[in-house]
Ligand binder design. Structure first.
Ligand code: GUN
Length: 305
């Protein structure tokens, strides 16, 4: 047996981390309710009937209610126009019972997602995708859930960061390679890792030989939606690999299952730590959404605290 095959890959149990974070959130929701007689309210807006988005939104609504928050859902037809959507966001911004607003992406063609995201009041932008919160994250003012005047950090990269901190302790001095530069994930992830004092390389569709850069990573975060992208040779032995991809594929037997961007079997025995799909990053996204909603509600109800 050579040295490489002796690596025992530790699977990062995102489901367990998320369950702990959600239990804390639930207890704090109850305490907030006791002090103010108000439950945090999260408004979820879905336009059209993208099947993956419908699944995500249903799950977000169920989890919101399970921690004692109030869920307000607006499920709009695909024919909804931008002005109508902006008017709804305006009403939700003005509604004191709504502490968080999430407009599920992607939006149908013809609607300017950036304009809609920018219209959400920064204090209610629990996705952290609007210009104010992106700016705060980029400036390094966004330090984590519930801290001071920090911005609201996008849920998936925040979830990845919490997993990395819990598993590795300090990230200072580590080389992190982020594959993907989306506004939802790659860009904010790179900013958060920079804030942790990592050396950060961001790869994207125009990067030549991503594998050669990935192989240098102590922390490899992959968020492309390309199944099978990350092979064994892309992973530095012992690296921590965070697989953010989540794609439903049909097996030869005709069943469907979820897979990530990393070839799981090839990463086993090579990575030091690895998030599985499902059960890795996914549950943390929702746990962080609930956390951000609690933070937004707490700031609205207890501005001085
Ligand atoms: N679509 C996929 N992930 C997300 C997310 O985290 N937030 C929103 N609003 N839309 C998404």
């Amino acid at each position: 047996m050579n040295a490489e095959s002796q690596i025992e890959t530790r699977l990062i149990d995102g489901k367990a981390y998320a369950a702990r974070l959600t239990a804390e959130t639930k207890a704090e929701v109850a305490a907030l309710h006791e002090r103010h007689g108000v439950a945090p309210g999260l408004a979820v807006v879905l336009v059209g009937n993208n099947p993956a988005s419908e699944v995500y939104v249903r799950s977000k609504i169920a989890h919101t209610e399970a921690v004692g928050m109030r869920s307000v859902s607006h499920l709009l037809p695909g024919s909804t126009g931008q002005e109508e959507l902006l008017a709804l966001v305006g009403r939700l911004n003005a509604d004191p019972a709504v502490h968080g607003i999430l407009v599920q992406l992607p939006l149908p063609t013809g609607i300017d997602a950036a304009a809609v995201t920018a219209a959400i009041a920064p204090a209610k932008d629990v996705d952290g995708l609007g210009p104010m919160n992106v700016g705060l994250t980029t400036l390094g003012v966004a330090a984590g859930p519930g801290e001071g005047l920090a911005g609201l950090v996008p849920c998936t990269p925040l979830g990845c960061l919490l997993l990395l901190r819990a598993e590795l302790g300090t990230l200072r001095g580590l080389h992190a390679v982020v594959v993907g530069k989306s506004n939802l994930m790659g860009r904010p992830m790179a900013q958060l890792l920079l804030q942790e004092e990592c050396t950060v390389t961001v790869c994207h569709g125009s990067t030549p030989d991503v594998g050669a850069l990935a192989r240098l990573a102590d922390i490899l975060v992959v968020a492309t939606g390309q199944t099978g992208l990350v092979r064994r040779g892309w992973i530095k032995p012992g690296a921590t690999v965070i697989d953010v991809g989540i794609t439903r594929v049909t097996t030869p037997e005709g069943r469907t299952r979820l897979v990530g961007d990393v070839v799981f079997e090839e990463a086993m025995g090579r990575a030091g730590r690895l998030t599985p799909v499902p059960g890795g990053v996914g549950p943390m996204t929702i746990a962080c959404l609930l956390r951000n909603t609690l933070t937004a509600a707490r700031r609205a109800l207890e501005p001085g605290r």
